[in-house]
Design a protein around this ligand. Structure first.
Ligand SMILES: CN1c2c(nc(N)[nH]c2=O)NC[C@@H]1CNc1ccc(C(=O)N[C@@H](CCC(=O)N[C@@H](CCC(=O)N[C@@H](CCC(=O)O)C(=O)O)C(=O)O)C(=O)O)cc1
Ligand SMILES: N[C@@H](CCS)C(=O)O
Ligand SMILES: [Zn+2]
Length: 763
């Protein structure tokens, strides 16, 4: 009989209970005991919500990040966090968030602890804390977190399946900062994994899920062999192993997965439907094959009838060896659609969040066990909803298709090359050397969020909300003038989020009230739902930016989110290629760029923070993606005159391998994260001879640490060794929305002072 299981459940809580509990603890408003009680309550609630699946995941819950949890389980912390004599929970959050040294006058934050580096989990908008490796290091087992959660689940009568990140994926996700070979650490690492598996088995875990999404990427031969070596060791332990792959097809790694001496494997059958048959053929006859048949990365209803069409013969062939699951952990989708009572009923009928996805799973399993007739009504309702979506006039707008058909490459071409534009812009902007600016957002204070909440709840009028936001913008502009910044921003007070805000104003998008998805730690996003053809009914940002520019003589930067980021951070339609959806977004947002230019904004920033994370997992597909992604950026930006300066911004420093594409975007200025990598990224910009201007982020805004002037100067001097000084800007590495004014003001004071020092010393 087909078994069902789940790979992971969203841990933030349907009402973001974990977020609020964490923030209360960090702010000293609650105790560790209260935080742990709330966490246990959420785990209990989540296992109860998964009661219908045969095996529930354990250890997928995390107080901050599952990779960081794994590092603690493996006794593997960077040296700077070792020897801390406070509670382990506090050390855990020190790795996650860093810690400033006490700010003594005249001293910088030299003795604070820098947070662990954070980067994207494969091609998702989830961020993990990067493990840091060094040659010859050791590991030791701390199974306490897993054992506690296993005991909790068992006490609640659940059939529990611990979830671990597999050893090869763990090694690949980390960085060897000393340049050593990570695979040299495999042997000591495996010893701890083996001990962990035995420990879990001894505590009653019959199955252990080992996540190896690395198998959905191209592997160097050494890594492929390491898989064989690793599972030759782990496959002999007492626990039965299910090796889970997801986020993409296995391709050349399919035989490798099939030959691993484990008891079961999981395939993402949403992204690799055509690999079900070959994997089945390659798999030894005693293995479990788990198929991920419900999309764990998107929110559309599954086509249950179509799924059963191909699944029924597989079930007949496999019998008990077939398990069903979502394609990946449900971490990437919101918890419960039933909360979305403001979403119109038709649209709601097209959607499934985590709980509804588990219902779909149960339905499929029942149809396989008892025949389709047993769930006839549900299957008919599913078919009707899908037919409604396919035929809906809300999805298809012929005017958008016609406009898209008229697009040609000339629309993406600025009138002159960058060198010529730069001269025109310099004459217009009159900026000093090492101009200072910020990335756009300023603190989203509790007052701002509350004002918006009250407006959305109908407790204040649109006019009053508008006034409150205009006052915030005025405050932000004044503060930047006082700080002495050269290029100002309006501060994005009016935006709930840089993607959701634009989604709310474009036709073709809907948005949820509670559709939160964890982005990192306690921070969440509510990806808007892109369901139909995109158009812009009216200007979106122009009034705010015009207001901001009217308050200052200094140049104001208009602030927009680019099409690729809108695409990658939304839940997007699955009924047409992403490239077409992206082009629709670009065309609509191009009008916004032109309106901002007409309103007199001399600089317009188009954020493409998600361009890199959208890269396909396999390099072979990068070229195609980058071609259309760059073309979409250029389509949005390309209509302005030479005198209008286009900036773009990207977070996360791993761009060395896509520099030609970044150059092809032809933004006049790019601001990027480099501070955590000590400007190493700029080596790549130098070797590539990147021709345009660059603002390498001079401090890490994700940490509360306040940078010192000296550190900023040192970083910028390093930058100036790599990029001609006249092409350098000085800015933080991302927006300041998550910080408080008490952190932002001293940090920017030091940044401006550093720029002045640089002008005096190098200018
Ligand atoms: C740059 N980043 C972004 C990513 N993805 C995005 N979609 N957006 C991004 O900016 N990915 C990569 C990075 C990730 N970084 C971040 C940084 C910060 C956040 C964040 O701060 N998220 C907020 C939620 C933001 C939001 O939408 N707020 C709404 C709702 C406010 C709210 O919760 N209101 C409460 C009441 C508040 C009160 O009374 O004080 C309520 O309604 O209950 C808004 O401003 O209107 C977060 O808090 O997690 C995310 C990713
Ligand atoms: N303009 C945005 C970009 C974040 S990636 C901000 O400043 O928050
Ligand atoms: Zn950013």
């Amino acid at each position: 009989m087909t078994r069902t299981h789940n790979l992971g459940f969203p841990r933030i809580g349907a009402r973001r209970e974990l977020k609020f509990a964490l923030e209360a603890y960090w702010q000293g408003r609650s105790s560790a005991a209260e935080l742990n009680t709330q966490a246990a309550l959420l785990r209990e609630r989540h296992w109860a919500a998964q009661a219908a699946v045969d095996l529930v995941p354990v250890g997928d819950f995390s107080l901050y990040d599952q990779v960081l949890d794994m590092s603690f389980t493996l006794g593997h912390l960077p040296q700077r966090f070792q020897g801390f004599d406070g509670p382990e929970l506090d050390n855990y959050f020190r790795v996650a968030r860093g810690r400033s040294a006490p700010q003594v006058a005249g001293h910088g934050a030299c003795c604070g602890v820098a947070a662990g580096e954070m980067t994207k989990w494969f091609d998702s908008n989830y961020h993990y804390i990067v493990p840091e490796f060094r040659a010859g290091q050791t590991f030791h087992l701390d199974a306490s977190r897993l054992l506690q959660q296993l005991a909790e689940a068992q006490a609640q009568g659940r059939h529990a399946k611990p979830v671990l990140i597999g050893p090869l994926t763990y090694l690949a996700l980390g960085k060897a900062k000393d340049g050593s070979e990570r695979l040299d650490l495999l042997s000591p690492l495996l010893a701890v994994y083996a001990e962990l598996l035995d420990t879990l088995a001894a505590h009653g875990a019959r199955w252990v899920q080992i996540d190896e999404p690395l198998l959905a990427t191209e592997l160097d031969p050494g890594w492929a062999q390491a898989y064989r070596d690793a599972y030759a060791v782990l496959g002999t332990r007492r626990a039965q192993l299910l090796v889970a792959t997801y986020f993409g097809p296995l391709r050349e790694n399919l035989p490798l997965l099939a030959e691993l001496p484990v008891q079961g494997v999981h395939l993402d059958a949403v992204n690799a439907r055509d690999e079900v048959a070959p994997l089945l053929a390659a798999l030894p006859g005693d293995r479990v094959l788990s198929l991920g048949v419900i999309n764990g990365r998107n929110i559309w209803l599954t086509d249950l009838n179509a799924t059963l069409d191909w699944l029924e013969p597989v079930a007949r062939q496999l019998g008990e060896r077939l398990w069903l699951a979502p394609s990946c952990s449900l971490l990437h989708v919101p918890v419960d659609l039933a909360q979305e009572q403001q979403l119109d009923a038709e649209l709601r009928s097209w959607l499934a969040f985590a709980l509804q996805k588990l219902d779909e799973l149960a339905l499929l399993a029942r149809a396989l066990r008892e025949g389709r007739a047993a769930v006839q009504a549900e299957l008919a309702a599913n078919a009707a909803a899908l037919a409604g979506r396919r035929a809906s006039p809300r999805v298809h707008n012929p005017a958008v298709a016609q406009a898209l058909a008229r697009v040609d490459a000339r629309l993406g071409q600025r009138p002159s090359p960058h060198a010529q534009r730069a001269a025109t812009q310099a004459a217009r902007l009159q900026l000093p050397a090492f101009p200072t600016t910020t990335i756009g957002s300023f603190p989203q204070t509790a007052e701002i969020r509350q004002a918006r909440s009250r407006f959305k709840a109908g407790e204040v009028t649109a006019a009053a909300y508008d006034d409150a936001m205009r006052r915030e913008i005025a405050h932000c502009v004044k503060a930047q003038e006082t700080l002495g910044l050269d290029v100002l921003v309006h501060g994005e007070a009016e935006r709930n989020d840089m993607v959701e805000y634009f989604g709310e104003q474009l036709v073709g998008y809907a948005f949820s009230q509670f559709g939160w998805v964890q982005s990192y730690g306690s921070r969440c996003v509510k990806p808007p739902l892109l369901f139909g053809d995109i158009s812009r009914p009216r200007p979106i940002t122009v009034a705010w930016s015009r207001h901001a520019q009217s308050l200052t003589e200094r140049p104001m930067k208009g602030m927009l989110t680019g099409p690729v980021t809108m695409l990658n951070w939304s839940f997007v339609r699955d009924d047409q290629p992403r490239a077409i959806t992206c082009r629709q977004l670009a065309l609509a947002l191009r009008e916004e760029v032109l309106d901002l230019e007409r309103a007199g904004l001399p600089i317009i920033q188009i954020d493409e923070a998600a361009l890199r994370e959208g890269l396909p997992l396999r390099r072979a597909q990068w070229g195609d993606y980058l071609d259309w992604a760059v073309a979409c950026f250029r389509l949005m930006a390309g209509g302005v005159a030479d005198a209008t300066q286009i900036h773009t911004h990207m977070c996360y420093s791993e761009f060395s391998d896509i520099l030609p594409a970044i150059a092809a975007m032809d933004a006049d200025v790019i601001t990027i994260e480099t501070s955590r990598s000590d400007m190493a990224l700029l080596d790549a910009f130098r070797s590539f001879r990147y021709p345009n201007q660059i603002g390498p982020g001079v401090y890490d805004i994700h940490s509360p640490n306040i940078p010192s002037q000296a550190d900023i100067v040192t970083l910028m001097k390093r930058a100036a060794e790599r990029v001609p000084a006249e092409r350098l800007w000085v800015n933080p590495d991302c927006g300041l929305k998550t910080r408080q004014w008490a952190e932002v003001t001293p940090a920017l004071q030091r940044m401006v002072a550093a720029a002045r020092q640089l002008r005096a010393e190098l200018g």
